[in-house]
Write a protein that binds this ligand. Sequence first.
Ligand SMILES: Cc1ncc(COP(=O)(O)O)c(C=O)c1O
Length: 342
Amino acid sequence: MDVYESLVDVVGNTPLVRLNRITAGLTAPVYAKLEYVNPGGSVKDRIALSMVLAAEEAGALRPGGTIVEGTSGNTGVGLAMVAAQRGYRCVFTLPEKSSAEKVAVLRAYGAEVVVCPGDVPREHPDHPRTAAERIAATTAGAWLADQYNNPANPRAHYGSTGPELWRQTDGRITHLVAGVGTGGTISGTGGYLKEVSDGRVRVIGADPEASVYSGGPGTPYAVESIGLFRHPETIDDSWPRSFDTAVVDRFEPIGDRESLLTARRLAREEGLLVGGSAGTAVAAALRVAAELGPRDLVVVVLPDSGRNYLTKVYDDEWMREQGFLDGGVLDDDPATAPVGRA
Ligand SMILES: Cc1ncc(COP(=O)(O)O)c(C=O)c1O
């Protein structure tokens, strides 16, 4: 029989698909790693599984225990999926800018969701990560996944995403482009690819323009789950330990408008319905590819599906309210044409 004995065996081994239309005029091939094909719908299934297995092995998570995490959604979905199978309870704290779809999905998996204000410094008791730490400390049998500082996060990518890309491209990959949230994807995948290629593979971080990672001011931005926002009153602004900055050769800062319009183009021109952070990554990959030739090979990571953002990126009214559909863009531009237009 050609079957899987468990859903967790389906995590990873996602397809690598060439971008064909959005890359018009470029000679360097650009391939997209479709992480939304994972069973929980995002790249975070990989780290959810790896963090839970490591916690079980270390005895930090025991039968009947509770998984707690401050997550913008996708890590919660991955953890909730693994937890449902293994009989754990889940409590997640989310910033209020998280899309309604993400909250609804977590609740559908049976998780408890605590929505936290988005405009408080890290030290405030209601900050999502501070609240998660408190809940974990005061709940019997609780384990805090802590994706920002958990070594099992980058290790998951070092052990799976990186080797998959090397195998899928037959060792021909020359550039990796990915967004940086916790830094797990870029550090683990990029770290592996650099090692296996004797340092040949270049690693580029795709970052929201305002994000601290690429030297921005840390002011708010619209793209979810990537970059580093810094509340003006935050004292502890240390970068996540999951992020090995030495792996990144350079950052491409991308504005919200370009990120979100690129995501919409991916849906309309490539048939890839993806989230805003995939738009950031592809916008950066197109800039990188423009400097390269046919002997190079660019891989860009598409972390999650656009179904998570139907009320945002793919909602014309929301896009217009944010000012992303105005500003002299031609009506026949496939990125800005209204959703639902024939
Ligand atoms: C949609 C999406 N894009 C990108 C990322 C960034 O990945 P990482 O945390 O591995 O840096 C995340 C992680 O939170 C995500 O959920």
